[in-house]
Design a protein around this ligand. Sequence first.
Ligand SMILES: [Zn+2]
Length: 316
Amino acid sequence: MVAYARRVAALAGVVALAAPLDAAAAEPTHAIGLAQAREILFSADKRSVAEERCGTGAEREQIACFVALRFAEDAKAAKLAVDLYERTGTVAGTLPEQDFDGAYRGRLHLVPKLPVGPHRRHLEWAAAALLELDDFFADLQRDAPVNYRWKPLDLRFFESVKRRTPSAWASGWEVAYNVSGSLFGSAAGVRETMFHEVFHLNDFARGQWSQRALADVYGRIVARCGTRIGCLAPYAPDPIIVRGGTYYAFMPDNGVAEYAADLAKRYYVEHRALMRKQKLPGRPFKCLAPENAEAWRRVSQEFFGGVDRVPACEGG
Ligand SMILES: [Zn+2]
């Protein structure tokens, strides 16, 4: 899922302020700074206490101290969150309480939920998924350089009151993660959903590439099948069917951005399996229909260095 508008203004501000004053500074320009880390981790009334406890040392030390302080009630979670920050620059905290327009899901109420105690496994899964992306892209880049960002991220945990949706959403360089999300019952579900969300961020950073590059393919499929599940089956990059609806990639409210994110997720699932010498989860997606082959080629060229390790289709 994706929610674009909210962070755009804030991001524009960050970009404007990020002009390099000190050319010797080795930090990447998109590193999460002190002010943003404080906002991710603490409500306004707790920030001065955090400042007192952690306000000395280099910026990275201060942020690691903030993270440890926020997760102090659960030593194992604190270690996971600090490790994630130190290795990727990603800061895991909470989403502020808010109402959320969930489109076909209706109005939702979201509340902050730190992934500690009974929810710690979500931090374990999310951190493992994000750390593994380093390995995934290192492997992919043995073939060609990839222009893609998967870190650092602003990672926000929340709970959806009396609901299990949305599992996650993305905007700016922020991913929001629902500790009661229906897709988050396993490490694989978390990995694949995180990939889907991070793809949204990259798609949006390129001016919504999917709207320009995949609208024709997507439009042809929808014109042929509408929301009919049987007709859509070969075109669906992911088997998830929304209750009372159709494949997630083809829900009418979702549009081409969700098809694109599920397509990228399928690229990830198939390449991850190949890297691990595991069987693909079915026939290669690109071999199921000519539209799939075209969409697959376009997404791999734009985001994944043109790398396609899936063997050529039989008879094609
Ligand atoms: Zn999505």
